[in-house]
Design a protein around this ligand. Sequence first.
Ligand code: ATP
Ligand code: MG
Length: 442
Amino acid sequence: MRLSRSFLPTLKETPSDAQIASHRLMLRAGLVRQTASGIYTWLPAGLKVLRNIANIVREEQDRVGAQEVLMATIQSADLWKRSGRYDAYGPEMLRIKDRHERELLFGPTNEEVITDVVGQELKSYKELPQTLYQIQWKFRDEIRPRFGVMRGREFYMKDGYSFDIDYKSAVDSYRKMMLSYLRTFQRLGVRAVPMVADTGPIGGDLSHEFLILAPTGESGVFYDGALDTLDWLADPVDVDKSEDLEKFFNNVSSYYAATDEKHDEKAWESVPAERRREGRGIEVAHIFYFGTKYTKSMDVTVAGPDGTPVHPEMGSYGIGVSRLVGAIIEASHDDAGIIWPDNVAPFRAVILNLKTGDETCDAMCETLYNAAPEQFLYDDRSDRAGAKFADADLMGHPWQIIVGPRGAKEGKVELKRRATGERFELTADEALAKIMAKAPGA
Ligand code: ATP
Ligand code: MG
């Protein structure tokens, strides 16, 4: 994309109403604009990031056998009356009436819809297990929307639902999803630590929240410092083997990590003192086993092996896709701006033409740009070099290709790595090769 022709409205001033770095940077880098409290329009660069994240989430869901569906955003109140949640859900639910006075709602989550759909189709235990997911907008009328897209009212979520014939199989589905989430976060270039979360009346250890550690996080966290560097994905896991899944899960669970809600002083004391870490984290995902809660209340059964009706066991699995945009920035920025991990960046590189109108500079920039016009942002504006550098740092492109008249004459560019500040003097071809090298985990 040519910067001179694109809609990338950057701001020099810090917006006064934004309290945390990610919110300020998302506004300043032209990723989003607020249209109402907790409701945002995604501008071109922001949408690219949102899509990059969603695509990685999708690939990793598919990889463990989950299947994508797309449910409507609007749901019928009747479904929620069947599960008994219509009254329980409270004022976070946006309730709507259509012209015939029928009660509808904008979905805050989709257990009822999916249980109803699956329940109508599945007849036998032989058709299980099934895991279905979607990536879709949700609405929750949060009492205090804040921190930009991090706690919005309309937000983008991957929500998945598993159906199994018994507890043992449900545990496998749960563990698969945990594996898929850890792979997802690794590819996104962030560390999200799975922490034991509240299971409510169901009990057991099958609820985890994934938290990105950041001082501005809303949750207090306690965890074993060994987790700062542990690679949960070091051992290969065959997702069709229960033993593999169990080994993986036990490894993840063998280190203490809990949010303040589930913090257990006694277990905490068994973590060596020098490894005890307390801090704050941003919840970016949540996985949850809840057994037959919905299949019972909505009366969904399949025929079991001996022919008697069985209520399938369920789990639900959410990733905050739009929240992640903010959370990744919160974990990866400096005073100058965003530092995008390679796999989520809106552009792989920005080409900075330091002297537009200079024949050699223009020609070199055009050649570079044409190598991958959809992946590069070409700053072809006639602005001062200083302003271009500032915008490039603010927008956080992983690479900056700096083309000035002196270097261009010798066929050289300067390549800067945003994350480390490293600079390389290279030919245009060498720079392209370095930039296009497959990003780790891509
Ligand atoms: P929170 O405690 O932050 O309100 P939650 O427990 O209500 O989250 P879930 O219902 O488990 O969240 O939703 C799954 C994921 O959706 C969360 O882990 C989070 O990443 C994201 N999410 C939830 N609420 C919001 C929101 N208001 N804005 C943006 N993302 C959200
Ligand atoms: Mg909530």
